[in-house]
Structures are given as C-alpha cells and as structure tokens.
Design a protein. Sequence first.
Length: 114
Amino acid sequence: QVQLAESGGGSVQTGGSLRLSCAASGISFTNFFLASVGWFRQAPGKQRTLVALMRSTGTTNYSDSVKGRFTFSRDNDERTLYLQMNRLSTDDTAVYYCTLDSDWGPGTQVTVST
C-alpha cells in the first residue's frame, strides 16, 4: 500500500521561499517512475486546486498562479517529490497535498504572512 508523507511546510514572510518534500513508501522504483504525480493545495474556505502535475514522461504543468515561481521535481531513486516555492505571497497560504496516481498525502500547512 502506497503511503505519502509531506514535509517542509511552515510559516514564512511574503517574498520568502519554502521547499516541500513528499516521501513515498510501499512502492517499487518502477511503479514510482511510471506514476503521475502532483501537488494540490487548499486554502481556508476554498476548494482544493491543482498546483502542478508531472507525468512519467517528465512533462509538467503548473497552474497559472504559480508558474515561474514554483518548481516541481522528483527523485525516483529516493521515491521523493519536491516543490520549490519562491516569491511566496499571502495567496499561497494553504494546506499542500502531494499525490501519486490516486493516492494522497495528509498535507502540510504553508502560511505566508506580511
């Protein structure tokens, strides 16, 4: 059974940076390599939305709101996903979730303040 665990969330001031990690366990190298993986976020009182989605080919799509500021990467050997977030704004405050195919992590809180 695949388990995902996010880390790296926290509080930061506007303009700052954070790097989120998502460690996957219970999955082989091959299945991790072939999986479609993503990051979603849910701000208080709002629906969960896509941040970035990466297919096994490496093709990555970003939401317009984070394009140019966030970078999604993966380490297949370590079965880990990363989300580098730069130039953060208060609009980025949310719980961030990683996904691997249909599996979800429990989420990590990111709070950006002025």
